[in-house]
Write a protein that binds this ligand. Structure first.
Ligand SMILES: C[S@@+](CC[C@H](N)C(=O)[O-])C[C@H]1O[C@@H](n2cnc3c(N)ncnc32)[C@H](O)[C@@H]1O
Length: 305
């Protein structure tokens, strides 16, 4: 029976949130290690924030991405101020999020009940108005659209209109994507004009990528962290450099090139705040990917978060 949050859920949600938390923790750990106690802000934009709680599954509600953000921020950002913007086009979910966050966290968050393109431009303007130089601004932009990287005719999906310009303007903001690969497989099979996982990495123009995946409840999710600074893999939490052997296996699976998805073990987020910082990494790029298009989708019904 559906309960209040109704934002598209499945058993995969638990694992997904753990992966979103792990991805956020990677970026926060690196930023905090380098910039703590120097008056820096850690900016965060959540393009598809939802209500903050996923309570349609099991006995215990699973925290949504805004709560996952705050839990990681309070634990990891010991020397930086967290300034998160949470956006959702669904007003009821935003209202509920305000309650779920509680008075203190709500007061320290910006909530936008609007389209994510619009909210992202307000986010950019707010950063610029703060006086920080865009090339030095650090933080994360999370895109968790309940589907693949597209926007449908109703405007549901990713902030595709301004995301690239935003990432170019703020090169130190990491991009975190949580995408439903099962949706991609279905659309690719139907010959929809969908961008492939490797082409997506190229299209989004980040220099370094960590990739991870989780399969649960009949859906496979791909987690991608795009950065412009060299990055270590975080194997304990299932995040691999895109051009490593493991990363290539994950991308092969995401592109449907393997019948049996390979498993690399469940993520372990314990102790991530002590994760090592920046050191040598490698570029994960697909030379064939330039100019790939976002797509039009008709009649797609989304899929569980
Ligand atoms: C997968 S759910 C969000 C789950 C949430 N990130 C979490 O972890 O619990 C997707 C959300 O994206 C919102 N959404 C879809 N398209 C949007 C758009 N163009 N602008 C803002 N929100 C959008 C939906 O209303 C829905 O609440």
């Amino acid at each position: 029976m559906s309960r209040q949050s109704d934002q598209g859920q499945s058993l995969a949600t638990i694992d997904k949130e753990r992966r979103v938390g792990a991805a956020l923790a990677v970026s926060m750990s690196i930023a905090n290690q380098r910039f703590r106690d120097r008056g820096y802000v850690f900016w965060h934009f959540d393009a598809n924030a939802g209500s903050g709680v996923n309570d349609e599954i099991g006995e215990e509600p699973v925290p949504g991405s805004p709560l996952v953000f705050w839990e990681a921020a309070d634990r990891i950002l010991t020397g930086m101020e967290a300034v998160p913007f949470f956006c959702d086009m669904n007003l009821a979910r935003m209202r509920r999020l305000k309650t779920v966050l509680g008075v203190e966290r709500a007061a320290r968050s910006f909530l936008f009940p609007s389209d994510n393109n619009q909210a992202l431009s307000v986010f950019a303007r707010t950063i610029l108005d703060s006086g920080e130089r865009p090339e030095f601004v650090v933080g994360t932009a999370l895109v968790d659209p309940n589907g693949w990287y597209y926007r449908n005719r109703k405007g549901e999906g990713v902030p595709s209109r301004i995301l690239l310009a935003f990432l170019d303007k703020f090169p130190r903001i990491d991009l975190i994507l949580n995408l439903n690969v099962s949706t991609y497989w279905k659309q690719a099979k139907l010959k929809h004009d969908v961008i492939s996982p490797r082409n997506l990495l190229t299209y989004l123009r980040k220099e370094y990528w960590l990739v991870g995946k989780v399969t649960r409840g009949g859906n496979t999710y791909l987690q991608l962290i795009g950065r412009n600074m060299k990055t270590d893999p975080h194997k304990k939490v299932g995040l691999y450099l895109a051009n490593s052997w493991e990363g290539q296996q994950i991308l092969d699976v995401a592109e449907g090139k393997r019948q049996q998805p390979l498993e690399f073990g469940m993520p372990d987020v314990r102790g991530l705040s002590q994760a090592p910082g920046l050191s040598r990494g490698a570029v994960g790029r697909d030379a064939a990917g330039q100019g790939a298009l976002l797509m039009r989708q008709e009649g797609d019904r989304g899929s569980p978060c």
